[in-house]
Every structure is written in structure tokens, then in C-alpha cells.
Ligand binder design. Structure first.
Ligand SMILES: Nc1ncnc2c1ncn2[C@@H]1O[C@H](COP(=O)(O)OP(=O)(O)OP(=O)(O)O)[C@@H](O)[C@H]1O
Length: 238
């Protein structure tokens, strides 16, 4: 579903993403973990085409990631939610539905807005929404076209506990529906239960890419421990 080959992104002389390669098979849920500045957001932005990669190749569903065909496959939920100031919450849903040709979108939009407790905010303008509400609108817009592949960059930041719980539930449902997900997060427990695999990024490089079980075996010599301990062990400075 997603193939990243020798991806490099430089900011000036710094390699923020330093020659990484990985694949996501259809239906896989993969957690992208790493300390602040590891290159998680830069990697995602290069994949979805918001940042110009320095070099490397990215294909989505077999198509070059910048093609319209590739864009039909995925939704991206950015770290900082972007909403249109002068569209209401409902108009955001309508706009996405029309852009992606979603038929009978009202029913799905209603379900999503109810799930994220936005149903009473339908007529509020984007500019009048709180940060958490913007994040919820961003998630609802991403889910409306029912894409095969979803990129979530720190989806829980700014959400209240109820919305975090709902988002975890949505992840579970998406996984059950066979969707492919790449999710970057610092909230390790939010991926521990659903991730088939995690990739650990440090200084722009992938330093671990395996099932949580296998990574624990390698890093902790089989000592029973949490994913959080594993993360801290793998990313500690020598
Ligand atoms: N626009 C930019 N210009 C220059 N350097 C940048 C820019 N954006 C990010 N960087 C640098 O690239 C590196 C990777 O940043 P990135 O935001 O991808 O990390 P991250 O893993 O998403 O971090 P966090 O967990 O803090 O969100 C960091 O060293 C950062 O300072």
C-alpha cells in the first residue's frame, strides 16, 4: 500500500529524514515513535506531499505519491489542525464530500459529528472553534471519504479524555475494517493495543522496525517490560 525508498529530506545541511526505507502492507497498523525532533512529522509531510522531498521514492497504491491516483487512497490528519475560517463545521463536511465524491455523506457526517460531540457545533465557523474542536473537525473530514490509508500525526494532542477514548475506538474500528494506518504519537499506550508493528525513528533514521514483541526481545533481552520502557531504552543517548 505504501512504499518508501531511500527517502531523504534536508533542511539546509541537516538531514531531518536520513535515507529511510520501509513499507506498509494493506491492512497494517503501524506506530511511528520517536523523541522530539526525530523526523516523524517531516517524514509524514514528505509522504503526503506537503513537503518537497530532497530525494527518494514514495509510492502509494503503486502510484507515485504526488499523483492524483495516489491521493485518492489516503487522508492525512496533521499535527496542527487546519480548518477554513469561513466555513462552518457542516460546510467542512460538505466540502470534503463534494471534493472526494462521497455519496450520501450526510448520514456518515452525522455519525462522525455525533461521535466527536460536534453535532451541536455544526453551524459554528472554523475561526470560532477551539484547538481541540479543530482537531476533531480535522479527524471527521479525514474519515468522511473512507480512505484505504490514513496518516495520523499526533492525533491525540489537544483532545479531551473523551475524544481520546473515541479516537482510540475509531482506530480499532478502522483496523477491523482492514484500513492501513501510520500513526505518529508520543502517547505510546494509544498504539500499543492496535499496532501490528512499530517503527522507531531517531535523528532521522529508523532504529527499530518490528512487532512490539520482537523489539522487546531484541532490546530488553526478553525481560518483560512495557513499550514505553522499550522506547526509552532504544532512543536513549549513548
Ligand atoms: N521548517 C523547518 N526548517 C528547518 N528545520 C526544521 C523544520 N522543520 C523541522 N525541522 C527540523 O527537522 C528535525 C525533525 O523535525 P520533525 O518536526 O520532523 O520532528 P518530530 O519527530 O515530528 O518531532 P516532534 O515529536 O517534536 O513533533 C528537527 O531537528 C527539526 O528542528
Amino acid at each position: 500500500m505504501l512504499t518508501v525508498t531511500n527517502l531523504i529530506k534536508k533542511y539546509g545541511k541537516q538531514n531531518a529524514v536520513d535515507d529511510i526505507s520501509f513499507q506498509l502492507e494493506g491492512g497494517e497498523v503501524v506506530g511511528l515513535l520517536g523523541p522530539n525532533g526525530a523526523g516523524k512529522s517531516t517524514t509524514m509531510k514528505c509522504i503526503v506531499g506537503l513537503l518537497r522531498k530532497t530525494s527518494g521514492e514514495v509510492t502509494i497504491g503503486g502510484y507515485d505519491h504526488l499523483s492524483v491516483e495516489a491521493k485518492r487512497f489516503f487522508s492525512y490528519i496533521p499535527e496542527t489542525p487546519y480548518v477554513y475560517d469561513l466555513l462552518t463545521v457542516k460546510e467542512h463536511m460538505q466540502f470534503i464530500a463534494q471534493a472526494y465524491g462521497v455519496t450520501e455523506w450526510q448520514v456518515k457526517a452525522k455519525e462522525l459529528l455525533e461521535l466527536f460531540e460536534l453535532d451541536d457545533k455544526q453551524n459554528k465557523l472554523g475561526r470560532d472553534l477551539s484547538k481541540g474542536m479543530r482537531q476533531k473537525v480535522s479527524i471527521c473530514c479525514a474519515l468522511l471519504p473512507d480512505p484505504q490509508l490514513l496518516f495520523f500525526d499526533e492525533p491525540m494532542i489537544g483532545l479531551d479524555p473523551k475524544a481520546i477514548k473515541n479516537t482510540k475506538q475509531v482506530f480499532k474500528q478502522l483496523k477491523e475494517a482492514g484500513k492501513t494506518i501510520l500513526v505518529s504519537t508520543h502517547l505510546i499506550d494509544s498504539v500499543e493495543l492496535i499496532a501490528d508493528r512499530v517503527m522507531i525513528l531517531k535523528d532521522g533514521r529508523i532504529i527499530g522496525n518490528d512487532t512490539i514483541f520482537n523489539l522487546k526481545q531484541q532490546a530488553l533481552q526478553g525481560q518483560g517490560s512495557s513499550l514505553e520502557d522499550l522506547f526509552l531504552e532504544m532512543t536513549k543517548d549513548e
